[in-house]
Design a protein around this ligand. Structure first.
Ligand SMILES: Nc1ncnc2c1ncn2[C@@H]1O[C@H](COP(=O)(O)OP(=O)(O)OP(=O)(O)O)[C@@H](O)[C@H]1O
Length: 227
């Protein structure tokens, strides 16, 4: 059976500098691929190559068996690939409400307010007046409510308090159960292990682990993080 998203021998980076080398992975519908590795190993670069902000030097990305590797980011978004970047992820001058009503919502935003009441309290405030952690939550919810098949999240838990990270994990599991494929780049091991079905470990731009999560002891993850 064809995977929802196939990442096929991707090599790429920034102008003349290659950062990722021959990275392959796949994401099934209903599953979470946890991408991890130390700072600077290429997690964000992988996220951007899949999202379309960067274009590969070599390799391809296929959505439901069809190549999207030559498409610009907006066209990949149109085909159902959502993306929460690590930084600059909300429109600071727009209110929380306006940020949440951009794009194609697949479900009511209100369903997220029980888990993240801070957003409901701040609906009419410019997003730029919120804390870094609150802006992360806003960007996360906006990404979750979009009508997408694949969701790419780049370090959503960074700067977010533990209780809200737990709520993020619940949302991701629910979205996967509803059929989405999720590519989660994360440094927070307990969050990553709590939601991932499959792990992709990177070091210096190369795959050092690509395995079913249930077959990977935490010690192996830790050793990759301290390589
Ligand atoms: N715009 C850029 N131009 C040139 N090199 C870059 C650029 N952005 C990142 N790099 C380099 O690419 C490499 C991989 O960076 P990347 O941001 O993908 O790593 P990461 O695993 O996401 O790191 P972190 O965990 O710190 O976010 C690093 O060596 C970084 O310095």
């Amino acid at each position: 059976m064809t995977a929802l998203l196939e990442i096929d021998t991707l090599t790429g980076g920034y102008r003349d500098t290659k950062v990722l080398f021959d990275v392959s992975a796949h994401i099934e519908a209903g599953s979470v691929l946890g991408v991890f590795g130390r700072n600077g190993v290429g997690k964000t670069t992988l996220a951007r190559l899949v999202q379309g902000g960067l274009h590969p030097v070599h390799g391809d990305i296929r959505l439901n068996g069809r190549s999207v590797g030559d498409l610009p980011a907006h066209a990949r978004r149109g085909q159902g690939i959502g993306y929460m970047p690590q930084t600059s992820m909300v429109f600071d001058d727009l209110t929380v409400r306006e940020n949440l009503t951009l794009g194609n919502a697949r479900e009511e935003t209100e369903t997220y307010f029980d888990r993240f009441p801070r957003l409901a309290e701040r609906l009419d405030q410019p997003a730029g007046t919120m804390s870094g952690g609150e802006r992360k939550i806003l960007a996360f919810v906006r990404t979750m409510i979009e009508d997408t098949q694949v969701i790419i999240l780049d370090e959503p838990s960074e700067g977010v308090q533990p209780e809200n990270i737990d709520h993020m994990a619940e949302c991701l599991k629910e979205r996967a159960l509803a059929g989405a494929g999720i590519l989660l780049c994360e440094q927070n091991l307990s969050f990553l292990t709590g939601v991932s079905n499959w792990f992709l470990g990177l070091d210096a731009g190369r795959v050092v682990l690509n395995k079913l999560a249930s077959e990977v002891p935490t010690s192996e993850l830790r050793s990759i993080l301290s390589l």
